[in-house]
Design a protein around this ligand. Structure first.
Ligand SMILES: *Cc1c(COP(=O)(O)O)cnc(C)c1O
Length: 428
């Protein structure tokens, strides 16, 4: 494969954009090499500026659940944009979007639109703190909630370890207010709440972890967290920026039957445009300005073109059987990859949720962040490049989930499994 143009663009980009990219994982740092620059994308495929074509399992990191450049989404965008790109006064599409989210996700009695997942999670913890009058936030090792100060906190070894910032620029005075515990550890959560439950404003979790590869909750784990939060008067916040509208139409909360107090969304509800949202219990959401004193605002929030793209995407996925089919395809892909690895005698396993998967170079099961970290990442990196060379684009990190869309058909999946057979053989 020729990557001349991508290479030239990356050289130019590095002069003026930190690391040459506007979001770190795009730089291919963990897998090595240089990123390709996109020229276009259509359906399950992305094409780079040198004309190379890849089956895309990243899907812009989640939004493209119905495939790239879906004609219905593009039509909604073009019909809407001719009326103006932004108004700074309310528009009808914002109301439609709020009604749609509330209908699909019953725990969201009210919603507020923002412009990214990061904004959604920042706002949700502000509401949690404002509404409870408490300051402490609990998060989980390996969970990502955007780049807000309170979330860029690494866990220490012990359950009770207070946060230490893992990014310069995050004041420890703020990071100290975030406690981090291991995901899927029932006792760690119980112990933390027993000790400091009355200080906890909110617990935020990716109900299915998609930012530490892909880790599913153990049976009863989310229910356990729900009960702890209720008992101690803390708010349960489901960060469904990735899982929302994907693992089930109603997200992970629908899949597992848990009602969080607040939820955050992004990715799919923007259909590829920059959008986020948060919502939840009416009594909490009513405390947000201007109906209440908790301030949160946004010049471009509820942008009509973004709402149109999101609503068109929701139209496409809000059809009976959509998520069952997405789940089936995810299984066909993962079963095929596992079989190919087995035939090659390579220690390998997958984790799956509908439309989402994790790949690990180790034997299963993978149930914790420690398990995920024990994957042979050097091997993953070689596999990543071997697949890329065969026209399959996987997430460029051993710690990111992959995504299947509704247009990853039999042909694309078969090509992927063939490419994996050849790549596994090459790994030896
Ligand atoms: C992507 C993601 C975010 C951040 O969203 P941005 O739009 O990138 O700011 C937050 N939480 C989760 C679970 C995510 O996957």
């Amino acid at each position: 494969m020729n990557h001349e143009r991508s290479h030239a663009l990356f050289s130019r980009a590095r002069e003026l954009i930190p690391g040459g990219v506007n979001s770190p994982v795009r730089a291919f740092k963990s897998v090595g090499g240089e990123p390709f620059f996109a020229q276009s994308a259509q359906g399950a495929y992305i094409v780079d500026v040198d004309g190379n074509r890849y089956v895309d399992y990243v899907g812009s990191w989640g939004p493209m659940i119905a495939g790239h450049a879906h004609p219905q989404v593009l039509a909604a965008v073009s019909e809407t944009m001719v009326n103006g790109l932004s108004f700074g006064v309310p528009n009808a599409l914002e109301v439609t979007m709020a009604e749609r989210i509330a209908q699909i996700v019953p725990s969201c009695e009210m919603v507020r639109m923002v412009n990214s997942g990061t904004e959604a999670t920042l706002s949700a913890i502000r509401v949690a703190r404002g509404a409870t009058g408490r300051t402490r936030i609990v998060k989980f090792e390996g969970c990502y909630h955007g780049h807000g100060d309170s979330f860029l906190v690494k866990a220490g070894s012990g359950v009770m370890t207070l946060g230490l910032p893992n990014s310069p620029g995050v004041p420890s005075a703020l990071a100290d207010l975030t406690s981090t515990i291991p995901y899927n550890d029932f006792d760690a959560a119980t112990k933390l709440f027993d000790e400091i439950g009355s200080e906890i404003a909110g617990l935020i979790i990716e109900p299915i972890v998609g930012n530490a590869n892909c880790i599913l909750p153990r049976d009863g784990y989310l229910k356990h967290l729900r009960e702890l939060c209720t008992k101690h008067g803390a708010l349960l916040i489901f960060d469904e920026v990735m899982t929302g509208f994907r693992v089930a139409l109603g997200g992970a909360q629908a899949l597992y039957g848990i009602t969080p107090d607040l939820s955050t969304f992004g990715k799919i509800i923007g259909g590829g445009m920059p959008v986020g949202a948060y919502g939840g219990r009416r009594d909490l959401m009513e405390q947000i300005a201007p109906s209440g004193p908790i301030y949160q605002a946004g010049t471009l929030s509820g942008n009509p073109v973004a709402m149109a793209a999101g609503l068109a995407t929701l139209d496409l996925i809000q059809v009976p059987g959509f998520h069952t089919e997405l789940e089936r395809r995810t299984h066909v892909l993962c079963d095929g990859l596992e079989a190919a690895a087995r035939d090659a005698g390579i220690a390998f396993t997958t984790t799956r949720a509908p439309g989402m998967f994790g790949l690990y170079f180790r034997e299963g099961p993978v149930e914790t962040f420690e398990d995920a970290k024990a994957s042979d990442t050097a091997r993953f990196n070689r596999f990543f490049h071997a697949m890329l060379g065969r026209g399959v684009y996987l997430a460029p990190s051993a710690f990111e989930a992959g995504f299947v869309s509704s247009v990853h058909g039999d042909a694309e999946i078969a090509h992927t499994i063939d490419a994996a057979r050849a790549s596994f053989a090459e790994l030896g």
